[in-house]
Design a protein around this ligand. Structure first.
Ligand code: NDP
Length: 479
């Protein structure tokens, strides 16, 4: 037993994570893969790593020092369950099984409960940053027990990305908390990407600038408050020229966006929790809309605006779009953190929201300077009910809101879809409204279903006898 950590599953993510682990002082890494040829391949390709290979689960367990600690990086779903079943047979109470795959958090809650009954610790850990991150330093979001964190903490800290001197890993909360937070991270990523895409589309159609010219605008934005990995790579993608046609690559890529499901999970979960994550939802739906060519083909004949979209002052319009992007981005992140807050309350997790924003500053797709502002907001007011009301963000809205409105108006008039920009603005206006037409909805619900309502001027629950003499009576609260 010489290895302090093991990795099961040696496809791209697992082999890169194993190499990352092996490269850090103090780690000796045992490796196992269902198909042994892959283990041999990794061993041959990376003699410098000093891997301890295992051909069976028994050998794998024997090669690990206690408490045995293994990270599973296999195909999420049935693959994860199959590996857990095998590890549980050869591990002992106190040992630690970590699932680093993209599991849906209810599965993690279920697995943690089942594994815990054997005395073995089970940790669901969200790992972000793709294959490059796995190799050089991902952002890691582990759940699981406090006991497992004692052993796991130093190991994960050794391989995580470093942002401003701090490793991008924290013990998020118990059982499924890590995978929950990773899920919302991915949802926010969807929203951020869609917002950037809408900004590009508006500038392109409003000014007629080429993708290469717009790349320069994004590169410029990347030097200001929008500085982020996603803005940076957007400039790179827009600059790319297709070798076979000589056209901008973005013009030859089929405009149908794919998805692996984490955005949908985020939205489904938000619906169950009753949290409006409209930015993430619109971004997810925008991908769905794009991926129905048969519908788009027939809908293409529907009428659009009669007038051509002409922007009078290009520089002013571009600055408006930048501000609209920034304001919408604050809304998307605020909504995402709202979902984490609601999830923590629902599942009994003690999640430090400021710590979450900090571990996203490095290694992951949404890494950005902006996350420091979120950390500041929660440092000042840990139980902030609406993130975007923090003074720094309120000031940003003061600067941006007029521009944001102009952009949404321009998009609507020009017939350019801006689901994430406009839904974010509607959310903003909804949450800050003094009175909402929800009062009328309550009246309608009471009319057709006797669902009752509350009054602004006295306590109690009331019902108007709509089918009778329309007098009001006190009623049982039925919502
Ligand atoms: P894959 O998701 O392609 O999974 C392949 C690996 O799973 C192989 O090692 C395979 O073994 C193993 N496997 C599949 N079924 C079983 C089973 N029933 N029993 C044992 N082993 C099995 O690999 P990736 O490296 O792409 O991803 C690994 C995990 O990391 C996934 O959960 C993924 O969602 C997650 N992830 C991936 C990211 C990425 O950018 N790719 C980013 C973040 C997370 P064999 O060789 O024998 O077939």
């Amino acid at each position: 037993a010489v290895a302090n950590i093991g990795v099961v599953g040696l496809a791209v993510m697992g082999s890169n994570l194993a190499r990352n682990l092996a490269s850090r002082e103090g780690n000796t890494v045992a490796i196992f893969n269902r198909t042994y040829e892959k283990t041999q391949g990794v061993l041959d390709a990376h003699p410098e790593a000093g891997f301890i290979p295992a051909a069976t689960y028994e050998e794998f367990a024997a090669s690990l020092s206690k408490p045995r600690t293994a990270i599973i990086m296999v195909k999420a779903g049935a693959g994860t369950d199959a590996v857990i079943d095998e590890l549980v047979k050869v591990f002992e109470p106190g040992d630690i099984i970590v699932d680093g795959g993209n599991a849906f958090f209810p599965d993690t809650i279920r697995r943690e409960k089942a594994v815990r009954s054997t005395g073995i610790n089970f940790v669901g850990a969200g790992i972000s940053g793709g294959e490059e991150g796995a190799l050089t330093g991902p952002s890691i979001m582990p759940g699981g027990s406090d006991e497992s964190w004692v052993t796991l903490g130093p190991i994960l800290r050794s391989i995580a990305a470093i942002a401003e001197g701090e490793p991008c890993v924290t013990h998020v909360g118990h059982d499924g908390a890590g995978h929950f937070v990773k899920m919302v991270h991915n949802g926010i990523e969807y929203a951020d990407m869609q917002l950037i895409a809408e900004a590009y589309d508006l500038i392109r159609r409003g000014t007629g600038k080429s993708p290469a010219e717009i790349a320069e605008i994004f590169a410029e934005w990347n030097r200001g408050e929008l500085e982020s990995y996603l803005i940076e790579i957007t400039a790179e993608v827009l600059r790319q020229v297709d070798a076979s046609t000589g056209k901008p690559l973005v013009d030859v890529i089929l405009d149908q966006a794919g998805a692996k499901g984490t955005g949908a999970w985020t939205v489904q979960t938000a619906l169950s929790l009753g949290v409006p994550v409209s930015g993430i939802a619109e971004a997810t739906f925008a991908r769905s809309l794009s991926s129905h060519p048969e519908q788009r083909a027939v809908a293409g004949s529907l009428p659009g605006p009669a007038e051509e979209f002409v922007v009078a002052d290009e520089a002013a319009f571009i600055e408006d779009v930048r501000l609209a992007l920034y304001a919408s981005k604050i809304v998307a992140y605020s909504q995402g953190f709202d979902e984490i807050r609601a999830g923590a309350a629902e599942y009994g997790w003690n999640i430090d929201l400021g710590a979450i924003s900090k571990i996203w500053r490095g290694g992951c797709i949404i890494r950005a300077q902006f996350l420091n502002r979120i950390a500041d907001a929660y440092a000042e007011t840990p139980d902030l009910p609406v993130l975007m009301t923090a003074p720094y963000f309120a000031e940003a809205f003061t600067r941006a809101q007029a521009a944001w409105r102009r952009v949404v108006v321009a998009a609507a008039q020009a017939g350019i879809p801006s689901p994430a920009f406009s839904s974010s603005l509607s959310y903003y206006d909804g949450i800050r409204a003094d009175r909402l037409p929800a009062a009328l909805v309550q009246g309608q619900r009471d009319f057709f279903g006797a669902h009752t309502y509350k009054r602004i001027d006295k306590p109690g629950t009331f019902h108007t006898q709509w089918s009778g003499d329309r007098t009001e009576i006190e009623a049982e609260d039925t919502h």
